[in-house]
Design a protein around this ligand. Structure first.
Ligand code: ATP
Ligand code: LTN
Length: 332
């Protein structure tokens, strides 16, 4: 019998989910439920690499569980869990710390970025984060890890760690591949198209739970350029702002760039920006409404993440036991 391929991904509940998270990885996850055996988790262990307010963290984790479901992840068809509920992540994380080199961790772009942003808290967890992420992945032996462009480097180091470990102990881990969707892989900030949309710049960022009028306002104010002849053209080098809007519109409506350019031929940004805003509002509306409904049903959410933790733990422990045996730990 052909076993289904496995895929896994997670998002840190370090802020409310935004349009970049959605149009990048999240939107594609439900498409994979039929084909793959899927695991989706809230990466809460990763989140404390940056100081968090405990009540906020709890709220965001639960909201994120509800949002995963509202975005189309049917808990009957995949495993949805909270990372800290499965101790094997931290346990394998430690083992892999010992197979990850200081030099390779020093080259991680995200570490460089985050340590320059949080100079007062450059903790060891922030530095070893990729080894924990490798553990998150390798525990489930996935074939694919669907993420946004910025996480590619972390999936690559995970492959290196897996190959190093396998090189010493034989085939313990499956070596996974990143899976990065073409349209939406990197949504840029609305008020600064040179940097990616991120919760750390809330004015340039559209959150999934945001009110329609606020979303519309952010799109109307989106930074474009001063081109007046046929301004709605996709050219990320010279026109990053409008190209980002075209990308968002294409991802939200499923239309091609060429089709969008021809619809707006000869028309200005004043016509284009509100239309993009409206398309995003309509894309997010059902997700927001369903998230609100689910958040009012705490018992259901709890049943989802408890069942998810049990299923995840079973698979994760199998890999962990194998690893412990290979490195020479005495079985209990
Ligand atoms: P931060 O603001 O701390 O950089 P973030 O908002 O980028 O965080 P992450 O938790 O790092 O969010 O990312 C969650 C997932 O969403 C990852 O797979 C990441 O690649 C993807 N992602 C994040 N921002 C974008 C974006 N602007 N465009 C496309 N994908 C994105
Ligand atoms: N680093 C990822 C979150 C994450 C993740 C993972 C993604 C943690 N562990 C394992 C895929 C697989 C991020 O989104 N910032």
């Amino acid at each position: 019998m052909d076993e289904k391929k496995v895929m896994l991904s997670g998002i840190q509940p370090s802020g409310d989910l935004h349009l970049g998270n959605y149009l990048g990885p999240l939107r594609h996850w439900p498409e994979m439920l039929a084909e793959f055996d899927c695991y989706f988790f809230m990466a809460d262990l990763h989140t404390i690499t940056v100081r968090q307010e405990p009540a906020q963290l709890r709220r965001r984790v639960l909201t994120q569980v509800a949002q995963y479901i509202a975005c189309g992840l049917d808990p009957e068809k995949c495993t949805i869990f909270i990372q800290s509920h499965v101790p094997a992540h931290a346990q394998l994380g430690w083992v892999l710390d010992c197979y990850t080199m200081f030099g390779e961790l020093s080259r991680m772009t995200q570490f460089k970025d985050k340590s320059s942003k949080h100079k007062d808290n450059i903790n060891a967890g922030l530095f070893t984060y990729p080894a924990l992420m490798a553990a998150d992945i390798l525990l489930y032996q996935p074939d694919f890890v669907p993420v946004g462009e910025d996480q590619k480097q972390h999936v690559e180091i995970c492959r290196d760690i897996a190959e190093r470990f396998n090189g010493i102990y034989g085939d313990v881990f499956k070596v996974p591949a990143p899976y990065i969707a073409k349209v939406g892989a990197r949504i840029m900030s609305l008020n600064d198209p040179s940097s990616k949309m991120s919760k750390s710049n809330p004015e340039g960022c559209v959150f999934l739970m945001e009110k329609p009028e606020d979303i519309a306002r952010k799109f109307k104010r989106a930074v474009t350029d001063s081109d007046t002849v046929n301004p709605v053209r996709y050219d990320p080098q010279t026109k990053p702002g409008v190209s980002n809007l075209i990308q968002i519109y294409a991802a939200a409506t499923g239309r091609s760039f060429a089709d969008i350019e021809s619809e707006f031929q000869g028309r200005g940004y004043g016509a284009f920006k509100p239309v993009v805003g409206e398309a995003v509002v309509e894309t997010l509306r059902p997700i927001r409404e369903e998230t609100e409904r689910l958040l009012a049903d705490k018992a259901y959410l709890e049943s989802v993440y408890k069942a998810g933790a049990e299923k995840a733990e079973y698979v994760a422990n199998k890999t962990l036991r194998k690893v412990y045996k290979k490195v020479g730990f005495v079985p209990r």
